[in-house]
Design a protein around this ligand. Structure first.
Ligand SMILES: [Cu+2]
Length: 168
């Protein structure tokens, strides 16, 4: 019982802090140069308001073992690759870091800064996984790798890659 209560308090506090942080960010865009460093979890200023940390130049994601147009059988083994950024568990926003997502028949990227939904078409790999097995029905399917920050905010098109596979 007390554990549950503690959890709820923590969650409430987290939401409260997040809300404060959002408000702070949106109100301080014109005063960023005067903002004092607050700690290592503070989000760096980026090109998107309340968006993820900036993507390092040249960083990208790629399917290690799948090529566009490849015929595969289900369950489909997927190896998820990234270069120029590191893979970490979800929870904390760190510059140059994030985790993988696979979009199944759900477009070629998620708009930068958008929190990626969690449903049957948007899979999160928030334990820093780099491999997955997908059960897919026969036919053509569009698979998209989408990298996002520690709180699931998409890094956008630059950190996305897609292939169409033909499931036997
Ligand atoms: Cu996620």
């Amino acid at each position: 019982m007390s554990k549950i209560c503690f959890g709820m308090v923590t969650l409430t506090l987290f939401v409260f802090l997040s809300a404060c942080n959002s408000t702070h960010n949106s109100n301080s865009t014109s005063a960023d140069s005067t903002a004092a460093p607050m700690g290592q979890n503070e989000l760096p200023v980026s090109h998107v308001k309340n968006g993820p940390p900036a993507v390092p130049a040249g960083a990208k994601v790629f399917f290690v073992n799948l090529k566009d147009g490849q015929t595969v059988s289900s369950p489909v083994e997927v190896k998820m690759g990234v270069s120029g950024m590191s893979v970490d568990s979800a929870g904390v926003v760190k510059a140059g870091s994030g985790h993988h997502h696979i979009l199944i028949d759900a477009g070629d990227s998620v708009v930068v800064g958008t929190v990626i939904p969690a449903d049957a078409h948007h899979l999160h790999f928030g334990n820093a996984q780099t491999e997955a097995r997908l059960n897919l029905p026969p036919g053509k399917h569009r698979l998209t790798l989408q990298f996002a920050d520690g709180i699931h905010r998409s890094y956008g098109r630059q950190m996305a890659a897609s292939v169409t596979v033909n499931v036997k």
